[in-house]
Design a protein around this ligand. Structure first.
Ligand SMILES: Nc1ncnc2c1ncn2[C@@H]1O[C@H](COP(=O)(O)OP(=O)(O)O)[C@@H](O)[C@H]1O
Ligand SMILES: [Mg+2]
Length: 228
C-alpha cells in the first residue's frame, strides 16, 4: 500500500486583486506519510493557510502536481473532494470549526455522523482534553481555548486519516497548551494519523517528526538559529 498521504511537486498559487497579482506559493514541494506529523512555521502572510486549503481541495493550485491519498488533484471532482473532507481529511481552521446552534456533544455527533460513523468516542475525547463539562454548552458559551479543544474533539471523532491544523493551540494559554499538546500527539499516534500542523508553538513544533518553514513561497527544512 502506498502510504503517502500528500505528494506535492512544484505547486504555484497566486491571488488576483483587480489588476494586482500576489504570488503566494511558487514551486512548493511536500511529502507527508501516514503516521507522520509535520509542523509548518512561517511568518504571517507567508501562505500557510493557503497551503492547507490547497491540500483539502478548497483552493486549486495554478500549476504543479498534487496527489492526496495517491489520487491526482486533476482527477478529483468537487464531489470527490467533498467526500474526502467528510470522511478522511479533517481541517482545523483558525476559527469557525463548530456549528453555533449545536451543543459541543451534538457538534461531535454531527461530525461523526457526517463521516458515516454509527458510534464515536466524543465523551472520552472531551474528558481527555479536560473539557468534559462543556458537552452540553453551545460554542458561544465557551472560552477560546475550550472552543479550540472542542473543535479538536470533533476532528478526532470523524476518525480522519489526515489532519490539517491551522494553529490548533493558538487560543490556548501556556498551561493549557502544555496539557493539550501531549494529548493531541497521543490521539494522533493511536490513530496513525498523518498531520500537517501550522503552528507558532515551539513545543508543538518540536514534538513533530519534522519542522518545515514556509518562506518566499517554498517549504524548506527549518534550521534552528541555535544550530546555525
Ligand atoms: N482570498 C484572497 N485574496 C487575495 N489575497 C489573499 C487571499 N487570501 C490570502 N491572501 C494573501 O495571500 C498571502 C498569504 O495568505 P495566507 O495563506 O492567509 O498566509 P498565512 O496563513 O501564512 O498568514 C497574504 O499576503 C494574504 O494577504
Ligand atoms: Mg493563516
Amino acid at each position: 500500500m502506498n502510504d503517502a498521504l500528500i505528494q506535492a511537486q512544484n505547486l504555484h498559487r497566486c491571488y488576483r486583486n483587480g489588476r494586482e497579482q500576489i504570488s503566494v506559493l511558487h514551486g512548493l514541494s511536500l511529502e507527508l506519510r501516514r503516521g507522520e506529523a509535520v509542523a509548518v512555521i512561517g511568518p504571517s502572510g507567508s501562505g500557510k493557510s493557503t497551503l492547507l486549503n490547497l491540500l483539502n481541495g478548497l483552493l486549486q493550485p495554478d500549476s504543479g502536481e498534487l496527489c492526496v491519498f495517491g489520487r491526482a488533484y486533476s482527477e478529483l471532482s468537487e464531489r470527490d473532494w467533498a467526500e474526502l473532507r467528510r470522511t478522511r481529511i479533517a481541517t482545523l481552521f483558525q476559527d469557525g470549526n463548530l456549528i453555533p446552534t449545536l451543543t459541543v456533544s451534538r457538534n461531535i455527533a454531527f461530525r461523526a455522523g457526517l463521516a458515516g460513523l454509527q458510534a464515536h468516542d466524543g465523551e472520552a475525547l472531551l474528558d481527555q482534553l479536560g473539557i468534559a463539562d462543556t458537552a452540553h454548552r453551545y460554542p458561544d458559551q465557551l472560552s477560546g481555548g475550550q472552543r479550540q479543544r472542542a473543535a479538536l474533539a470533533c476532528a478526532f471523532a470523524m476518525q480522519p486519516e489526515l489532519m490539517l491544523a491551522d494553529e490548533p493551540t493558538g487560543s490556548l494559554d501556556y498551561a493549557t497548551a502544555e496539557r493539550v499538546v501531549p494529548l493531541f500527539f497521543d490521539a494522533m499516534r493511536e490513530r496513525q494519523l498523518g498531520a500537517l500542523i501550522v503552528t507558532h508553538n515551539p513545543e508543538l513544533a518540536q514534538r513533530c517528526d519534522r519542522i518545515l518553514e514556509l518562506r518566499e513561497g517554498v517549504l524548506s527544512p527549518w534550521v534552528s538559529p541555535a544550530s546555525s
